[in-house]
Design a protein around this ligand. Sequence first.
Ligand code: NAD
Length: 302
Amino acid sequence: MREKTNMATIGFIGLGNMGGPMAKNLAKAGHKLKVFDLSEKAVAALVEAGATKAAKAADVARDVEFVVTMLPAGEHVRSVYLGDNGLIAVANKGTLFIDSSTIDVPSARDVIAAAEKAGMAMIDAPVSGGVGGAEAGTLTFMVGGSDAAFAKAKPVLEQMGKNIFHAGGAGNGQVAKVCNNMILGISMIAVSEAFALGEKLGLDAQTLFDISSTASGQCWSMTSYCPVPGPVPTSPANRDYKPGFSAAMMLKDLRLAQDASKTAKAPTPLGAQAAQLYALMEASGHDGLDFSGIIKLIKGEI
Ligand code: NAD
């Protein structure tokens, strides 16, 4: 059950495909929002939803209780938070920062350490659930940070998501996210190879689905997101692989997993192969397709 939260003043930076609908859900819940994005259009959509526009990123952090950021990558998060004009330099002590971007683990840990050193609290809280989940307020949040920061952030996160997990200390939300998405990338390739092989050998896709989805080969990539049209009517395969979750986004996460695997000296041979296959989709200019479109690469269709 969602906990009740008092209405708060919240800063929000990064109003893109994910951040836009997440911020709208906070505005809808009655919070007072101060927003900033490099895109005027993205800001205008939030102002229409009742938010106040800040002139620059740092202004978002002045006199607010929470700041949420939803930015593309670690370099953007570092540049927004750190330095003389960063959020950490201008926020009141006690402000709680929530970074929901998917970024590299070292950046998440460095920025959280800097925030805590300056007397603020911070969590990394990457999400899964995509744009649909952001719009519906049903995202899954994977949170890294202190118990106190998690407890304080939870009621705010619950207004943007359904499942809120505390994964451990700083950066552990990002660790959970890259591990989960590495499973997803690899399993989608496995399912795609199996359906491509079955087809060549004369096995009907629906028949393979009926058998494998109730046998030991079953996994989310098959049962919820099947890469061939038919068995799962809601999967992107039924709409020419329109995302969904793009192959470019999957490649980003698989590369983050590879960076983490190198740093941790943890071998991830199939994760490395998966990253290389998605890099081929990028090189062929098809990374705008949903990530389940990897089956087209495997079948030699792209
Ligand atoms: P997006 O590109 O649509 O949005 C990013 C926004 O950040 C843009 O509006 C951009 O103008 C803004 N921005 C960039 N640098 C900025 C700066 N310095 N100051 C202010 N604004 C700045 O990306 P998205 O799809 O919303 O993804 C955001 C994050 O969420 C990424 O880390 C992504 O990996 C992650 N994510 C995305 C999805 C998805 O399905 N799209 C799912 C899960 C997680």
